[in-house]
Design a protein around this ligand. Structure first.
Ligand code: C2E
Ligand code: CA
Ligand code: CA
Ligand code: CA
Length: 273
């Protein structure tokens, strides 16, 4: 076990090999982990670029495995997706994030939306809308304080995606496109989708200083988004220079290690005063 150097207290366990036995074991452990409540959420603050205020929190799932320690999502989300377990896990994440956000609001902390990552499997579920609305009803969280992050791939079936997003929007939930720039979205149909925000993928942000091509892509995405009346958030902001560039190009919000890594829920109260 070695530290991953991301200073969010997370450890990388030994690399899992891809043998089918190992995968079966892990699937079994995932199912068990859900029953035994081994999952938890960390939250990464999102900041308004000009005021520096926290304007949102992204919920990121962690697995506190009894033997393997803290397992990062990159190690189990793909398997959870493949096996379909992501639907159950994703519902747990959604409910936990809503419940937690409502509890923070009830405790008198500053009210901000919580962003939850949706997997394509969840997005394709026929009962997604009912699921979301019943979770909102049961937790008592007002819909404006929930934002769902989808990826470009999920919008490839434009007709279906538009229907689904319209219904979510009708509920009052916010929608953002995650990892923007890495998928296939054409700007042309983007304008017809009921979304509120683009999240510029970290790969573009990372190379702003060294790759003039990426710098112009970032600037172009921001300008285009604003023309379409969308908000823009940059993810993976790690340096002062990246932040200055984003400010200069009028990006709205940012998220990244430069301001804060994802943190456990008990640290949020200190941040949301
Ligand atoms: P993502 O949605 O793109 O989430 C952002 C990832 O970037 C997080 O990794 C976060 O810790 C990391 N990050 C944040 N700031 C920085 C930075 O400044 N520099 C760098 N290098 N990284 C930064 P994490 O938590 O390991 O999550 C990885 C991916 O796992 C997420 O990528 C998302 O695709 C998936 N994931 C996490 N939680 C969930 C979940 O509840 N449901 C689903 N379906 N997927 C999830
Ligand atoms: Ca995300
Ligand atoms: Ca992302
Ligand atoms: Ca990503």
């Amino acid at each position: 076990v070695k530290e991953n150097g991301r200073n969010d207290g997370m450890l990388y366990c030994e690399e899992w090999d891809n043998s089918s036995l190992e995968r079966l074991t892990l699937q079994h452990e995932l199912r068990q982990g859900l029953q035994r409540n081994e999952f938890l959420l960390h939250y990464q603050p999102q900041y308004h670029l000009n005021t520096g205020e926290i304007v949102g929190l992204e919920a990121l799932v962690r697995w506190q495995h009894p033997e393997r320690g803290m397992v990062p999502p990159g190690h189990f989300i793909p398997l959870a997706e493949e096996s379909g377990m992501i639907v159950q896990l994703g519902e747990w994440v959604l409910e936990e994030a809503c419940r937690q956000n409502k509890a923070w609001q009830d405790a008198g902390l500053k009210a901000v939306p919580v962003s939850v990552n949706l997997s394509i499997r969840q997005f394709m579920q026929q009962n997604l809308i009912e699921k979301v609305s019943s979770i909102l009803r049961e937790t008592g969280l007002s819909p404006q304080y929930l934002e769902l992050e989808i990826t470009e791939t999920m919008t490839m079936d434009v007709h279906r995606a538009t229907q689904c997003l319209l219904e979510l929007t009708k509920l009052g939930v916010g929608i953002s496109i995650d990892d923007f720039g890495t998928g296939y979205s054409s700007f042309n149909y983007l304008k017809n989708l009921p979304i509120g925000k683009l999240k510029i993928d970290r790969s573009f942000v990372r190379d702003i200083q060294h790759d003039p091509g990426n710098a112009s892509i970032v600037a172009a995405i921001i300008a285009m988004a604003h023309n379409l009346n969308l908000q823009v958030i940059a993810e993976g902001v790690e340096t002062e220079e990246q932040m200055q560039f984003l400010k200069k190009h009028m990006c709205d919000e940012m998220q990244g290690y430069f301001w804060s890594p994802p943190v456990p829920n008990y640290q949020i109260a200190g941040l949301l005063r």
